[in-house]
Design a protein around this ligand. Sequence first.
Ligand SMILES: NC(=O)c1ccc[n+]([C@@H]2O[C@H](COP(=O)([O-])OP(=O)(O)OC[C@H]3O[C@@H](n4cnc5c(N)ncnc54)[C@H](O)[C@@H]3O)[C@@H](O)[C@H]2O)c1
Length: 480
Amino acid sequence: MKVVYYDVLENLIKDIKKRITNNVELYSMKHELIIENQKVKYKEIDIDLRSFSKPFFVDNEIELDLSECREDIKNHLIEICTAYTDNELEAIIHKMPILKEYSSKRNKDLKDVAVIWRDHFLEDNIGLLTSFMRMGVKASDILVMDKGDSTKHRKEITATFKKLGFQVELLDNNSLEEKKLLERGTEIIDKFITDRKDKKVLILDDGAIISKILINRKYDNVKAIVELTEMGLRRIKKLDIEELPYPVLNVAKTNLKKFITYKEISNTIFTRTIELLGDEKLAGRTLIQLGYGDLGETLAKRFRQYGVRVSIVDPDIMKLIQAAEEGFITYKTLEEAMKYEKPFIIIGASGEQSISKEVVMMLEDECYVTAGATADLSIFKEFEKEGVKYKFIPKYGTQYEINGKKITVLGNGRSVNLFDSESIPNRAIDIFKAGTLVTANMAIQEEKILNKKLQLDIVNKWIEDSKILELYYDLYLAKK
Ligand SMILES: NC(=O)c1ccc[n+]([C@@H]2O[C@H](COP(=O)([O-])OP(=O)(O)OC[C@H]3O[C@@H](n4cnc5c(N)ncnc54)[C@H](O)[C@@H]3O)[C@@H](O)[C@H]2O)c1
């Protein structure tokens, strides 16, 4: 078996000494490493970059032949090779200068804090979580929970989180429907919090699954929940309880996310859809988009700029008027739109179960469906349960045979921008991650004045006061 270490030999030896054993010898004439008497042949090979942020100073890589070494050493070496090297980590952190600047100036602010974080395993989150460490959080006090999307470097990022010393677990989106998954997640979270009675625990949640778990439990050491998505806000509002047990800080609808980050999200949904459409022609053809909210508005405009004929469906009359007055063809329902349009693609951007069985039955042969929000595609799970013939094609999507026609769901039935992708460039998402860090930090600094309710205004104020927006403007936009 062969694996590649994405850096020079000298750094590989350092990593082996740090993570496996000091008992390692180099025999360069024979191209061999002897690790605890086990022989590992190596070969220097040409560079092959794999991370989203490219390291600057790698001049070659090392291919290791593990065929002759003991199982435990082999497994350690696989882990070392899968995790990002220090060089790759440095490149990621270097590309997120706002996070670095904010956290470096506050290096003791979070020294009594533990963090539970649930989100996508994307490189940018390495930037965020190492910033918590820079501010004083110990690696062993960070629990990371994977949302389950098949992002491009998920395997590497999982190994990197382990290398950094975090507790790494899975709390998949599906756990809301699967009781056993939710119970396991609950146990892990409960143990993490109760083992850290001397720490203030901060929760960063994407989709309110942790909030749902915590809402009926009162832990004195949990200080706040930071919610990152619109979907999470909707789930919290539906909980319908008089008082939340913790302050919930709404980062999902901050001015920062609305006016800066949503544009980047739309860019990635747009580019990922185009990549997956492959040889299809787009200009002049009809796309129906479901939802003209914060996400939908920018997304529709991206497709229109590309020459696509975009029709909008939204049940909210104000959104419908806005879309119509901005020149889109509009409909109150998808059923109505289907009477007048023959779309070659439907895109969900509502976060609701917006596509019905009847509509899918009406689609033409070789039509595509995709979404920026998983809930929009939920009807396809029902088709699968009913025994409709389908085939998942890796790196592309699922082809369904429905009503004698081939309908392709691009991606894996979840948000398309996260499918086999790193989504938003690290430099572009840096400001949003910094906004999240500011919110988490301020939740601790201003713990005593926070109300136990869903809060947005104070988060906008903290972000404004932190001056990270000025930093962003000066870095990328100001005329120099
Ligand atoms: N993929 C990503 O990276 C990503 C990023 C941000 C948001 N999201 C998700 O995208 C979804 C939308 O987010 P948003 O911030 O734009 O929300 P929003 O509330 O601003 O907009 C949603 C819009 O959809 C409309 N809508 C509701 N039901 C509909 C239906 N059946 N058909 C058509 N339209 C319908 C609403 O009236 C509203 O105008 C959420 O689920 C959010 O979590 C995904």
